[in-house]
Ligand binder design. Structure first.
Ligand code: NAD
Length: 253
């Protein structure tokens, strides 16, 4: 059902949440646009400016690694200044009320953690770009350290311990999905009787499989996004509106 107006949609959403035992939110870049972080596919989004660097290119080319870090530091102001928005705060309210066990997210911006959801309960399918890791030995590096190494010559550093390439702790196209996060996302999805996707175009796989998994498992499915998605037809409620506006009535102060 596509709600005809926003007020009806929010009322229906509230009814579904009240009736549910376990609400699992599934978020995408759209929840963070009001926080100043552009999404991928909207006009002005990241893809309209830069072609993504596939994982094999990152591995094989020093220039690709330099470019990846150049882009990351160019975005630093956006990421460092971003604070959780109304959508994040509303989902944190559900979590704090014991209505939701956490969140499954495609986002890499750390804003769910910033909104008060315990890091252990934020399932990051595509990693986190607020720190870096060595691809060979998995040692963690802080961005401040990477920046110090990168700044003088614009050269992406390798791991001083093992010589492996250092990459932001995100999952690039062509890189394998994090097994532990995938398993936990599946468990959380299957535990839900209400699955709410928020701000995702639902075109990136395998992440987009989770709403489908929830629906097939008998959960009600809600899709909140300002554009249509391919899954609207199977959703129990589709809310086409601005995420902050739709979710802010759920914020408990
Ligand atoms: P996407 O860019 O493909 O889709 C975002 C969707 O959100 C779009 O359909 C857009 O119409 C909608 N949207 C944007 N702002 C909205 C708003 N205020 N209200 C309602 N809808 C809004 O994003 P995706 O589905 O998450 O997939 C892209 C991939 O990009 C993800 O895997 C993620 O890892 C990565 N990414 C993450 C961030 C982040 O962490 N904030 C930002 C950009 C990209």
């Amino acid at each position: 059902m596509i709600a005809s107006d926003l007020e009806t949609a929010v009322t229906r959403l509230r009814e579904l949440i009240d009736a549910a035992k376990v609400v699992v939110p599934f978020t995408g870049a759209g929840i963070s646009t009001e926080c100043g972080i552009p999404d991928f596919r909207s006009p002005g989004g990241i893809w309209t400016k830069n072609r993504p660097i596939p994982f094999d290119e990152f591995l094989s080319s020093q220039e690709a690694r330099n470019e990846a870090w150049r882009r990351r530091f160019a975005m630093e102001e956006h990421f460092a200044a971003a604070r959780p928005g109304r959508g994040h705060l509303a989902l944190a309210s559900l979590y704090k009320a014991g209505k939701s066990p956490g969140v499954v997210t495609q986002n890499i911006d750390n804003l769910h953690q910033g909104s008060g959801i315990a890091p252990a309960h934020v399932i990051e399918l595509h990693g986190n770009n607020t720190y870096a890791v060595c691809l060979a030995c998995a040692k963690r590096y802080e961005l401040s350290w990477v920046k110090e190494q990168f700044a003088p010559r614009g050269q992406a550093p390798d791991c001083p311990d093992c010589g492996g390439h250092i990459k932001s702790a995100t999952v690039s196209f062509g890189q394998s999905m994090p097994e532990h996060a995938m398993r936990r996302a599946e468990e959380m999805t299957l535990s839900s009787d209400l699955f709410v996707t928020v701000g995702s175009s639902l075109v990136v796989w395998p992440a987009a499989g989770f709403p489908l998994m929830a629906k097939r498992n008998g959960a009600n499915l809600v899709i909140i996004n300002r554009e249509a998605t391919e899954f609207d037809g199977i959703a129990d409620l589709v809310v086409r509106g601005d995420i902050g506006t739709v979710l802010s009535p759920l914020i408990v102060h």
